[in-house]
Design a protein around this ligand. Structure first.
Ligand code: NAP
Length: 307
């Protein structure tokens, strides 16, 4: 039999956990469904220095504190990999890959984004053998070794800085001659003596010695001349794609797969909301994700209670 809730939140990152606090505190029968560990991108982030009130903390610590808070008012925490959401009028169905399903009057989707792959030769077969998308998880394996970070956004540069505590040298490869990251993060990277920036190059091939990564071939974007960097670790941080494939068919996604929501974080399907990095917006931060979660849950409360 399907279990029924007032509010189901899909995803337990900062947006989902914030929605859980607001939904359960408002007295809604609330559940959070997550397919991995709670915390979302927070648990893959070394240092958080823009969460108001705390000048610096570890992502995993903030995630753990948020998780404790998010279940403190009666919200249930459920495991599930959602494959479909159905909009059946007053009740929505949330269906998981193991056949379990749930019904709710409101659904908040807070599934965030997934790391993009480079899609170059040698990448897929070397995941776990030197190619990693999580410096916080795997950085310590590269003590006194050279590593390469691909990308010039906030994620790439923050994680490049983080990796310098282990690696002997961190090469940062960007395809233009300018970074995309915030100026303060750029400045800290440029001051870091262990970081070597390679501009106007694209990765073309990852090399291995049969057991693990041994290097990466880069191509000059102008001359097409190739160069090889010998390294043991490669960390692609080239952006994200929204985790929304289970929403296809509801007509609530933009051309890039992000959810389109109004100022209440509600989609054109009444009772289905989006919050956090998964929605179409400009500023993707922990603080904006938690704000979205609060707005969505509060609006769901008004919708469900009719007040
Ligand atoms: P991003 O800002 O989109 O940056 C992606 C980087 O990868 C860019 O430098 C881009 O180059 C490069 N790139 C993209 N495709 C590539 C390819 N095929 N080959 C080589 N390079 C490629 O992504 P992000 O850093 O993951 O950040 C995502 C969002 O989260 C952003 O809104 C960011 O501000 C936010 N965020 C914020 C913080 C923070 O505030 N502390 C931390 C992490 C993330 P081009 O610039 O040439 O396009």
């Amino acid at each position: 039999m399907e279990r029924q809730y007032d509010l189901i939140i899909i995803g337990a990152g900062p947006a989902g956990m914030s929605a859980s606090i607001y939904g359960s505190r408002a007295g809604l029968k609330t559940a959070m469904l997550e397919m991995g560990a709670p915390g979302g991108k927070l648990i893959k982030t070394a240092e958080i220095s823009n969460w108001p009130g705390i000048k610096g903390t570890h992502g995993a610590q903030l995630a753990s504190d948020m998780f404790e808070h998010s279940t403190a008012f009666g919200s249930e925490y459920l495991y599930g990999n959602v494959i479909r959401v159905e909009n059946n009028g007053e009740w929505k169905s949330v269906i998981c890959d193991d056949g379990s399903s749930y019904q709710a009057k409101a659904v908040i989707v807070a599934t965030g984004t997934q790391e993009r792959m480079l899609n170059i030769e040698g990448e897929a077969e070397n995941i776990g053998r030197g190619v990693s998308y999580c410096a916080v998880c795997d950085g310590a394996f590269f003590k006194d070794q050279e590593v390469v970070v691909i990308g010039g956004g906030n994620s790439a540069l923050e994680e490049a800085n983080y990796l310098t505590q282990f690696a002997s040298k961190v090469h940062v490869v960007i395809r233009r001659d300018v970074f995309r990251a915030d100026q303060i993060i750029q400045d800290s990277v440029l001051k870091n003596e262990k970081i070597h920036v390679i501009r106007k190059h694209r990765p073309v091939r990852i090399l291995d010695d049969g057991q693990r990564v041994s290097g990466i071939v880069l191509s000059d974007v102008e001359t097409k001349e190739e160069m090889t960097i010998m390294c043991r670790g490669i960390f692609p941080y080239i952006g994200q794609d929204p985790a929304t494939s289970f929403l296809e068919g509801l007509h609530i996604l933009d051309e890039n797969g992000y959810m389109i929501v109004d100022e209440n974080c509600e989609t054109s399907c009444k009772g289905i909301y989006g919050a956090g990095d998964v929605i179409h917006k400009k500023l993707r931060q922990v603080v904006t994700a938690t704000s979205d979660g609060a707005i969505a849950a509060q609006h769901a409360f008004h919708q469900i209670k009719g007040v």
